[in-house]
Design a protein around this ligand. Structure first.
Ligand SMILES: Cc1cc2nc3c(=O)[nH]c(=O)nc-3n(C[C@H](O)[C@H](O)[C@H](O)COP(=O)(O)O)c2cc1C
Length: 340
């Protein structure tokens, strides 16, 4: 098989994802709070992928400005990722509609059928995260147009199941909508393997953090370049009475202080100094604003260095177009070599 034939085969393999997203390479740039703003999002879409703005805790006005800012930098399609527990979710969905955003990703908890409908009524295709097969089926019944299945190798908030297991459980069964695979993808060979299992495309976050166009602080990027896979670990919960949502991030002083804080809070709870609710709140508040401190201010000691295990494959700063071209080349070469 020639390289051209292999590229045609790749395009056929992710055709459903390309058509759904309206782009050349069915690679979603996973929305990363503070990181996925207009520059990186536009760069990913301009390079043939599909950029996604991370709304995070933005107000409707800020989101409106970010969408317009992105539209000024690219004519290509891009999406917006909204966190379902945002208190102004409805208003944010309406901002997407007013700006004719084609794809809305509803993340951070199971979206209601009402939210899915509101986004669809606004003209967007809706992409939802499915953490298990039963929920994937439920989301399709609720009107989701596509799903992302994200394994625990990913950076940021994670579930308990690995990407490879989720892919085996969900890809052979869910055929009604395109399914994108996320978590731990750092090379094109892995993309091919998930496409061959039935994925429509992939979603990648960590690999894009050190893109030249990404506005993350130089120290944040350097931390990624230095780190290996084993440095990206989930937060540890010390006591089941005080649940901690697992977040995969690079270990730093902040991670150590988080363990100390949990220990101290639990001690104070045992001593009767804090009730359960106050103790839980103290633990939950520990990381408030921590991702922003790391990404924007470069506080890599105390901030949160959310990163996936694929961080080991981030070795230098490079233009977004080069990252996407590299992934596509590796995928093409993997297909060519297989048939050869
Ligand atoms: C720094 C960082 C911030 C993230 N923030 C968000 C977010 O705000 N919303 C979201 O849905 N996912 C978030 N994610 C997850 C990504 O969108 C993506 O699904 C994930 O990075 C894919 O796995 P990978 O890192 O192994 O490529 C974040 C990931 C990272 C590394």
């Amino acid at each position: 098989m020639t390289t051209d034939d292999a590229r045609t085969r790749l395009d056929r393999l992710w055709q459903r994802g390309r058509e759904f997203l309206g782009c050349d390479a069915a690679i979603l740039g996973g929305a990363m709070s503070w990181v996925s703003e207009r520059h990186l999002v536009a760069a990913i879409s301009n390079a043939g992928g599909f950029g996604v703005i991370a709304c995070g805790s933005m107000s409707p006005d800020l989101l409106d400005a970010e969408i317009k800012g992105t539209q000024a930098l690219t004519d290509r399609p891009f999406g917006v990722n909204l966190i379902t527990m945002h208190p102004e979710l409805d208003a944010l969905i309406d901002v997407c509609a007013a700006n004719r955003v084609g794809h809305v990703v509803l993340a951070g908890g199971l979206p209601s059928a009402k939210s899915i409908k509101r986004a669809k009524d606004g003209g967007a295709k809706v992409i939802c995260f499915a953490p298990a097969l039963v929920l994937a089926k439920k989301l399709v019944r609720s009107g989701a147009d596509a799903l992302v299945i994200e394994g625990m190798e990913a950076g940021g908030h994670i579930g308990p199941v690995s990407t490879s297991v989720l892919a085996q459980e969900i890809l052979p069964v869910v055929k009604d909508v395109p399914v994108f695979v996320a978590g731990g993808i750092g090379r094109g060979e892995a993309i091919v393997s998930y496409l061959e299992m039935g994925a429509a495309g992939v979603q990648i976050g960590t690999r894009f953090v050190c893109a030249t166009e990404c506005v993350a602080h130089e120290k944040f990027k350097q931390a990624f370049i230095k780190a290996s896979a084993r440095d990206a670990v989930p937060t540890v919960q010390l006591d089941p009475r005080f649940p901690v949502i697992p977040v995969r991030a690079l270990v730093n002083k902040g991670t150590e202080r988080f363990m100390d804080t949990q220990r101290q809070v639990i001690e104070r709870f045992r001593a009767g100094e804090l009730d359960q609710k106050a103790a839980q709140l103290e633990i939950e508040h520990f990381w408030a604003g921590a991702l922003k401190r790391a990404v924007m201010d470069g506080d890599v000691e105390n901030g949160s260095l959310m990163a996936g295990q694929s961080v080991g494959m981030v070795t230098r700063e490079q233009p977004t177009a080069e990252i996407i071209a590299e992934l596509v080349e590796q995928a093409t070469e993997a297909l060519r070599a297989k048939v050869a």
